[in-house]
Design a protein around this ligand. Structure first.
Ligand SMILES: Cc1cc2nc3c(=O)[nH]c(=O)nc-3n(C[C@H](O)[C@H](O)[C@H](O)COP(=O)(O)O)c2cc1C
Length: 369
């Protein structure tokens, strides 16, 4: 998850370290810090971490140390929000120009696309050097690399657009470059969409073809997700349907690759997790919201505790309100204040947006010199 716990200047904080320490003590095998940026021009939010020459190394080392107590691993998810970059601190770019309600971006020039693999590789090497145990390339949810895969965002006429092989080519180049930077033994994962779940977006058929393409790369772990943050659509983090969401796709993916598969989305109970693993279609279960409502969920499930976390149910919420609620609860967890957390999604959204406004000022001061 994008935890929005960096300090608005791309650096880690004691609160962030505390959150991951709680999860490590709570029994997770692997935590992945969402949306870590290597290019401060295209963040998802101003609470993202940024890895760059003047990053606060000590703070990151503290994060790594605390997040890996109890044998847990910590990876960084390598982000680039592309067309969905946070507008107050970004001039968004995508595979193709877009001008629709909620998204305006210009198209990346060919030479800018060609520079992307090196940027991801540099960020991955930074993560390795600072002590992270692996990286995950973010190619899901409608952010930049997912935009390349999606005909909705990608109408390029050059070698980066057209067939699924062409749309995937920048990702394959990125994997090669990242691998070269971090060496053969450092884990590289990727998060992908099984479908964009929006008309004109990436279809399950093309997503499966993409899995076959990934099978020919050195990727170590494929995390299966779906949905986008395209305005007006439902994202996976706001999904209310009974989970797990993408098990059928995982079954097909299992037939297309021997790379380990992680399934994320909609897991709410111990039984769902056990059944998904027992199906043999997936090797790992990924959790987001369950870890926000109950940071000890992994230990509870491993101990076969029947008490599953109780999830909030919201009646009517503003767009983005559910994700904002979970994000603000992450802040409460990072302070140990979750017992006092009683915000509605609308109030959480207002506080979250206000905090981002303040952080945006700091971000611009730090990065737009
Ligand atoms: C607060 C919050 C932040 C998230 N940030 C990210 C992110 O940075 N990267 C990502 O790949 N997914 C992100 N997600 C999506 C989750 O990783 C997950 O795919 C989705 O919430 C569905 O899983 P769940 O049902 O276990 O919550 C986020 C979800 C939440 C609730």
């Amino acid at each position: 998850m994008s935890d929005s716990l960096a300090n608005g200047k791309g650096d880690s904080t004691p609160a962030q370290a505390k959150l991951y320490e709680r999860w490590a003590k709570g029994g997770v095998g692997l935590s992945i810090v969402g949306e870590v940026q290597g290019d401060a021009r295209y963040p998802e939010k101003p609470g993202n971490l940024v890895f760059h020459e003047s990053s606060h190394l000590k703070a990151l080392q503290t994060l790594v140390k605390k997040a890996t107590v109890n044998g847990a691993h910590l990876w960084a998810q390598l982000g680039h929000a592309g067309a969905l970059s946070h507008p107050p601190i970004s001039q968004p770019v995508g595979p193709s120009a877009l001008d629709v309600a909620g998204i305006q971006c210009r198209a990346l020039l060919v030479n800018e696309v060609q520079q992307l693999p090196a940027m991801f590789a540099k960020t991955a090497l930074f993560a390795k050097n600072v002590g992270f145990g692996g990286v995950q390339i973010h190619a899901a949810h409608g952010f930049l690399l997912s935009q390349f895969l999606s005909p909705l965002f990608n109408s390029r006429q050059d070698s980066y657009g057209g067939s699924i092989e062409a749309r995937a080519s920048i990702i394959v180049e990125t994997i090669k470059k990242v691998r070269k930077a971090v060496g053969p033994r450092f884990p590289i994962g990727i998060k992908i969409n099984s479908s964009d779940m929006i008309e004109g977006g990436l279809t399950p058929k093309d997503a499966l073809e993409f899995v076959r393409i990934l099978d020919g790369t050195s990727i170590d772990l494929i995390e299966i997700s779906g949905g986008t943050y395209f305005p007006g659509t439902k994202s996976s983090s706001e999904g209310a349907a009974k989970g797990p969401y993408f098990l059928d796709f995982a079954e097909q993916a299992r037939g297309a690759t021997k790379i380990p598969l992680m399934l994320t989305g909609g897991f709410k109970s111990h039984q769902q997790a056990v059944d998904a693993l027992a199906s043999g279609h997936v090797d790992l279960v990924g959790l987001a919201r369950a870890l926000v409502v109950e940071p000890n969920v992994a230990n509870l499930w491993l101990a076969k505790e029947v008490s599953d976390p109780s999830f909030p149910s919201f009646e009517s919420t503003p767009e983005g309100g559910v994700t904002a609620w979970y994000t603000m609860r992450l802040s409460a967890l990072s302070q140990g204040h979750e017992d006092d957390f009683s915000l509605s999604p609308a109030d959480a959204l207002a506080i979250y947006e206000q905090r981002d406004k303040l952080r945006s000022v700091q971000w611009l001061k730090r990065f737009n010199k």
